[in-house]
Design a protein around this ligand. Structure first.
Ligand code: C5P
Length: 237
């Protein structure tokens, strides 16, 4: 089953609450990312958990293992179900995140699942040229880079990885039994791509093996987010 996650990419608790009240149970998780977490902190996660929502905390952590372990523990203690770290932080860092998340979930007063760690491979806003420039590499093939990073995530015991729909089938073929695939950059057919470079429709991403889809501006930026969410669901049946 493919689960739908709506990204609360807003700057205030009030805007997040308005969006959640509008969409209600139309999605399986709500995502709290950097913008909202930087503005409102853990309180927004506590509020979502109090509303009975499952929460994906998308902080894309990348630091020394000890620091990431502590941060993952703190996030899991809030009752989050999923947390991202950058796979390029390496196996030790991701394994530390997995350990910290397990500790935090065990300590959490919120009933729920153990917080899964997802390794971000190559951001969907980057293409091969962007990776070559940022990482100082020559002749990068995004597919190969994503699969290499997925291997590190699998070795670290991560629950899954984040990749674009274009790399999903290849990753699934190699690591499908060990990693769930979370796919952002989802757009309804004909929708604007914004700053994303590697986009896909919900049905195509599901067919490629996605376990979770992130719906950002395709839903939250729509004139009618409820109708847009219904259109996404209709594709996933
Ligand atoms: O609005 P849009 O659909 O482009 O939003 C995508 C969401 O997915 C944003 O919240 C972004 O932070 C997140 N994301 C991403 N690429 C990743 C991981 C997360 O775009 N690799």
């Amino acid at each position: 089953m493919v689960e739908a996650i709506v990204a609360l990419d807003v700057a205030t608790m009030a805007d997040a609450q308005a969006l959640v009240r509008r969409l209600g149970g139309a999605c399986d998780f709500y995502k709290v990312g950097l913008e909202l977490f930087a503005a409102e902190g853990p309180e927004v996660v506590r509020w979502l958990r109090g509303e009975g929502k499952r929460v994906f905390v998308d902080l894309k952590l990348h630091d020394i293992p000890n620091t990431v372990r502590g941060a993952a523990r703190s996030v899991a203690r809030l009752g989050a179900s999923l947390l991202t770290v950058h796979a390029s932080g390496g196996t030790d860092m991701m394994a530390a995140a997995v350990a910290g998340a397990a500790e935090g979930s065990a300590e959490s007063s919120a009933e729920g699942e153990t917080c899964g760690i997802l390794g971000v491979t190559v951001l969907t806003s980057m293409d091969a040229g962007g990776v070559e420039q940022a990482w100082g590499r020559e002749q990068v093939v995004v597919q190969g880079e994503v699969e290499r990073l997925a291997g590190l995530a699998a070795d670290a015991g991560a629950a899954g990885i984040v990749c674009s729909g274009h790399e999903a089938a290849g990753v699934r073929a190699r690591y499908g039994g060990r990693l769930g695939l979370l796919v952002p950059g989802i757009r309804l057919a004909g929708g604007a791509t914004h700053d994303q470079r590697r986009v896909m429709t919900p049905s195509a991403a599901a067919a490629a093996g996605a376990r979770w889809l992130i719906l950002g501006r395709a839903v939250t930026g729509a004139a009618d987010p409820v109708a847009a969410m219904a259109a996404v669901r209709a594709e996933l049946i």
